[in-house]
Design a protein around this ligand. Structure first.
Ligand code: UTP
Length: 224
């Protein structure tokens, strides 16, 4: 059975307060799906925690970009430990940092976090997928679809069911910077296209995630 990589945005896992109702439902869904034989690698974002630490430190001194990133990375690691803790019975006991590390895990779930400055968790997710033979990365965040135009500036923007890497990359460009708000990191997108991966953009509704995993119609955008 193919492993699926899930990039779980910090905006979902740790918005203003930790959404433990979401975590309860996420755990229940993973227990159900892993019993049916599915395997997952889940990489956690930094969310509000990352942003709060970056903003606070920046009010005291002017931080180097690398130090801003390290605060973000540690927030992703804290979130990853939270997830590993609530999945103790089915997850590998160590949280993975380096996506290129050779790791032969027997458990049904592997949890990963941020790796190094200048990267995003989307970027790490793409490397994890390549290294573990996964064909699909599901990006769960507060962005529920790719739209034909920027929905913040164009109220009439329409959600897309599908978009090619070529068209998506035309839309998001080539550069990534911390806090950038595109549905998927442009640098990670370039690699995902090169590796022949499919990235699925969806919101945090778990019934919708289950529908996608069962091959049923779902709400979201497939990029491939
Ligand atoms: P992300 O931006 O990937 O997490 O990491 P996120 O919270 O899911 O992002 P949203 O909510 O989708 O926008 C948080 C920050 O941690 C640093 C970056 O500064 C990033 O903005 N980071 C993360 C790294 O520097 N390297 C990594 O490998 C991962």
């Amino acid at each position: 059975m193919e492993t699926v990589v899930i990039s779980l945005g910090g905006s979902v896992l740790a918005p203003a307060v930790i959404d433990y109702e979401f975590l309860k439902k996420f755990r229940a869904l993973l227990l159900k799906l892993t019993k049916e034989g599915k395997k997952f690698i889940i990489i956690c974002g930094g969310g509000k925690t990352a942003r709060e630490y970056m903003v606070a430190a920046s009010k005291v001194v002017r931080l180097a970009d690398e130090d801003l990133d390290w605060l973000g990375i540690h927030a992703t690691r804290l979130n990853a430990h939270l997830l590993r803790t609530i999945l103790r019975d089915i997850a590998h006991k160590r949280v993975i940092r380096n996506p290129n590390e050779k790791i032969d895990f027997k458990e049904k779930v592997l949890i990963a976090a941020g790796w190094k400055p200048g990267w995003s968790t989307d970027h790490v997710a793409v490397l994890l997928a390549k290294n573990h033979g996964a064909k699909t990365v599901i990006n769960i965040s507060n962005v529920d679809n790719v739209y034909d135009r920027d929905p913040l500036n164009f109220p009439g923007a329409k959600p897309l069911d599908k978009i090619s890497w070529k068209d998506f990359r035309k839309m998001v460009g080539d550069k990534w910077s911390p806090g950038l708000n595109t549905p998927f990191d442009p640098v990670a997108s370039k690699k995902a296209e090169k590796f022949g991966l499919k990235v699925v953009i969806m919101g945090k509704e778990l019934a919708n995630l289950e529908k996608f995993l069962l091959g049923k119609p779902f709400k979201g955008t497939i990029i491939d």
